[in-house]
Design a protein around this ligand. Structure first.
Ligand code: EPZ
Length: 421
């Protein structure tokens, strides 16, 4: 296993490229199963989660390749219908093969995705939506066993205790593309990744209206086709580098970053005193020596503040003098990074699903343990801002979702490298 070693305190200057969005690529890869024709997906970084998803598609009977960030997938005419535990348990997005498999085969057995360090992650909305399309669902031996003679369009409300669901919207929308009749999904998620998946499906021949809104109208078609598509830039990777620059100081141009996908983050950064310049397909972040101001943040579904940037925002607040409050309304237990940030000298305590951060002037380097993907990113940027040396252990979490993060940071001046444990 690898660890990331950081000698903190070096400001960030230069330019870097943002990779394609992992959370767009994963459901789009699942959507390719809706046809037996070949699809080509560009701008897909070779991340661990992408490799896991492609392995699952191979197991289901697709021919796959991934070279130079281009994925080619040719699903077989005789797809298998079982998505095994070993694969689905490692990554929740793989549960998204359920919608396409049931739509194509009328039968699917997909392992339940299981627990997660960021808190409970139920699948009730996925199942509710599919059942309302006419799918019969049994849970047996840790698997969702689904059958349907013909999917039928319906009016489906997809809201849970924490609002809309990104992957449930994707799963149900994919199934509805091949259903008989019209489906309305109310309270659909409208994250840019859902929009990207919707555009992919429309290119395949799906009839979907209301793209990017909370109400999707899907008119079922008989057949979909293989297509070519370029995945959108990763707004969470871009946001992570924006927060790193804000925390450490410097002047960084992020190429291939769409400012409109990070509206709320940009607004918060401006409020606290960071200079942001928005360009068409890029963003410049400038942080001079001026002190930043504390801020209150509440995570919410898009266009609210993304839960996937909560940990990194918290890292920034630890060195922003004053009291900041971050309330987590998407995953109320997603706070594993607090104890590790406190080990670096931060002063954070948890009150229900709110973290109260008493900003200090400096963090001090320490060995810390990554618990999940975004917590790992928060610890890396905290290490870059801290005095002396930090070591972030269990970086396999980081490799699930950030492509060459240490190389990209090195290119803009950070003193960071990877070592074998
Ligand atoms: C997606 O997960 C992302 N994953 C997550 O990114 C992200 O944190 C999350 O959306 C929220 O933006 C991928 O796209 C692969 P949800 P998803 O269903 O779709 C509750 C990362 O770090 N819920 O939108 O699984 C759920 O518990 C990852 O890249 C139900 O109650 O999340 C949560 O409170 C982590 N029932 C809320 O909805 C359900 O059936 C939103 O979750 C489904 C979800």
């Amino acid at each position: 296993m690898d660890k990331i070693v950081i000698e903190g305190g070096k400001k960030l200057y230069g330019e870097l490229n943002i990779s394609g969005a992992k959370n767009s690529a994963l459901p789009i890869i699942a959507a390719t199963l809706l046809t037996d024709e070949e699809s080509i997906i560009e701008n897909v970084p070779p991340l661990r989660d992408v490799a896991s998803m492609l392995k699952l598609l191979k197991t289901l009977g697709a021919r796959v390749s991934h070279e130079k960030e281009i994925v080619r997938i040719k699903p077989s005419r005789n797809l298998k219908y079982i998505a095994p535990y070993k694969m689905v348990s490692t990554m929740r997005a793989s549960f998204c093969v359920l919608g396409p498999l049931i739509a194509r085969l009328g039968k699917a057995e997909v392992s339940l995705p299981g627990g997660c360090i960021i808190g409970p992650r139920p699948i009730d909305l996925h199942l509710k939506g599919l059942q309302e399309l006419g799918v019969k669902v049994k849970i047996e031996g840790g698997y969702v066993k689904a059958t349907a003679s013909r999917l039928r369009g319906n009016d489906i409300f997809l809201g849970g205790a924490f609002g809309s669901s990104v992957l449930a919207t994707g799963n149900v929308m994919m199934a509805a593309t091949l259903a008989k009749g019209t489906t309305y999904i109310e309270n659909a998620a409208c994250e840019p990744e859902v929009v990207d998946l919707t555009r992919f499906l429309i290119k395949m021949g799906a009839r979907i209206e209301g793209v990017g809104t909370h109400l999707l109208k899907i008119t079922g078609v008989k057949k979909l086709h293989g297509v070519r598509h370029r995945v959108i830039p990763d707004r969470i990777e871009a946001g992570t580098f924006m927060l790193a620059t804000a925390m450490i100081g410097g002047n960084v141009l992020l190429r291939d970053a769409l400012p409109e996908h990070n509206g709320v983050l940009i607004d918060k950064l401006k409020t606290i005193g960071v200079t942001i310049r928005k360009h068409k397909n890029s963003v410049t972040v400038v942080k001079k020596t001026r002190k930043l101001l504390p801020v209150n943040i509440t995570t919410m579904p898009y266009p609210g503040f993304p839960t996937d940037l909560q940990a990194q925002m918290m890292a920034l607040m630890t060195v922003t003098p004053g009291i900041s409050v971050i309330t987590e309304k998407v995953y109320p237990e997603r706070f594993m990074h607090i104890s590790e940030l406190n080990r670096m000298g931060a002063n954070i305590f948890l009150e229900g699903s709110s973290a109260i951060i008493n900003g200090t002037k400096k963090l001090s380097g320490a060995p810390v343990m990554a618990s999940d993907l975004r917590a790992s990113a928060a610890l890396v940027i905290a290490g870059l801002a801290a005095e002396d040396r930090s070591e972030v252990h269990r970086v396999y979490h980081l490799d699930r979702g950030y492509y060459k993060i240490e190389e990209k940071l090195r290119d803009i001046g950070a003193n960071i490298w990877r070592e074998k444990e």
